[in-house]
Write a protein that binds this ligand. Structure first.
Ligand code: PGA
Ligand code: ZN
Length: 425
């Protein structure tokens, strides 16, 4: 049984406070987890409890820590750590709000993940195995190598430009291709006199004039690294369009131009045509602009992966609504958007059951915790985005996948499901 739940305030990859939780069992086994934090957060995310006031810019999490050490500790003592669903629902009920605003999603998620670890440790089972059982596969990974939007201080409005291995003989083989492409991109930027400083997710943050320039750079890096765009390495991007949506004009203000929703759709389509290696686009419209999301999916959903992040925030109720309306064909999954492991598993199941793909995701503010890598393997998540192959809080997720691949054997790395290139005429 659970004998103690404890939390402390630690710091994330941006130097902001976050919650670390520990669950100790009666036999002394302990599980620990660290909670990540986003910057381009969706409005419907579960509430990350911050202290406010003067200390640490108001971002302290001592209230959330106290909630773990008092109320949550008291409620979970004596419970069975192997019944994760029960543990999570006890915390949801104790919180009593629809969005975990009272105790904090950061408090609840920390304990939820730490309990999974404690239970896995008690059974001497790897985390991915404890959560997932047998017949597991390594995910296809998406690597944000040019950072814009809320993640960098440049003028690019599209948030994330990603590269992803398509053909690969193993996870390691795919990751090596990504690393080679990343280093090639750095050389290209340096030769052009651009900054090679890094953004929040380990990607470069050069001061480019447009997103199209960023896409061209990725295309050039893939080619110059010796790979076939669209066959060996594909491109994906997260527009995070809520952040350039103008609520007054109902237009999208992107890099000096104001686009109507239809014009924006054409703008994206021009990129798909110019760069057929683009295989996935996330949040092409604002989180409240469901009509245009649906319209876009009707038009391009059979050719390209369209991922919904901010409109659904890993919330099973919102995902159900999105599926009913045909909002996208893929769901982004972030543990801390909903706040428990149980509800995150529910979100994945719901999406899959309805033929949607799932892309499991880190946050822009991360920690050294590799929970998300194990989680992705456990749910046969298919896809994981965890940043560039740089900055240890990113790379550790991939290093963990290398370890898991070694344990599972190389045949567990399936090939990507995407077509090698698409004709948009
Ligand atoms: P965030 O960005 O972690 O800053 O929210 C990730 C995303 O929008 O997918
Ligand atoms: Zn996103």
């Amino acid at each position: 049984t659970i004998s103690q739940v404890h939390a402390r305030e630690i710091f994330d990859s941006r130097g902001n406070p976050t919650v670390e939780a520990e669950v100790t069992l009666s036999d002394g086994t302990m599980g620990r987890a660290e909670v990540p934090s986003g910057a381009s957060t969706g409005e419907k995310e579960a509430v990350e409890l911050r202290d406010g006031g003067e200390r640490l810019g108001g971002k302290g999490v001592l209230k959330a820590v106290k909630n773990v050490n008092t109320e949550i500790n008291k409620a979970l003592q004596g419970l069975d750590p192997f019944n994760q669903g029960h543990i999570d629902h006890v915390m949801i009920d104790l919180d009593g709000t629809p969005n975990k605003a009272r105790l904090g999603a950061n408090a609840i998620l920390g304990v939820s993940m730490a309990n999974v670890r404690a239970a896995a440790n008690e059974q001497h089972t790897p985390l991915y195995r404890y959560l997932g059982g047998t017949d597991l596969e390594l995910p296809q990974t998406f690597h944000n190598v040019i950072n814009g939007g809320e993640h960098a201080d440049n003028d690019i409005d599209i948030q994330e430009f990603m590269i992803t291995p398509i053909e690969r003989t193993s996870f390691r083989d795919g990751f090596e291709k990504i690393v080679n492409t990343y280093h090639t991109l750095k050389r290209i930027l340096a030769k052009r006199g651009e900054s090679t400083g890094l953004g929040d997710e380990g990607g470069f943050a050069p001061n480019l004039k447009s997103s199209e320039e960023a896409l061209q750079l990725l295309h050039d890096a893939i080619t110059q690294a010796g790979y076939k765009p669209g066959k060996e390495i594909g491109i994906a991007f997260d527009a995070a369009a809520s952040y350039f949506y103008n609520k007054d004009t109902k237009k999208y203000d992107l890099e000096g131009h104001s686009y109507t929703p239809d014009e924006l759709s054409d703008h994206y389509a021009a990129w798909f045509k110019k760069f057929p290696e683009i295989i996935s686009i996330e949040d092409p419209y604002s989180e409240d602009d469901w009509d245009n999301f649906v319209k876009f999916t009707k038009k391009y959903g059979s050719q390209i992966q369209i991922v919904a992040d901010d409109p659904v925030c890993t919330n099973p109720q919102l995902i159900a609504e999105a599926i009913k309306r045909g909002l996208a064909n893929s769901i982004l999954i972030k543990l801390n958007q909903i706040g428990t492991v149980t509800e995150t598993l529910e979100a994945v199941r719901l999406a899959r059951k309805n033929g949607y793909t799932t892309m499991i995701s880190h946050r822009s503010g991360e920690t050294g915790d590799t929970f998300v890598a194990d989680f992705t393997v456990a749910v046969n998540g298919g896809e994981l985005k965890a940043g560039a192959p740089a900055r240890s809080e990113r790379v550790e997720k991939y290093n963990q996948l290398l370890r898991i691949e070694e344990q599972l054997g190389q045949d567990s790395s399936r090939l990507a499901r995407f077509p090698d290139s698409v004709d948009y005429d």
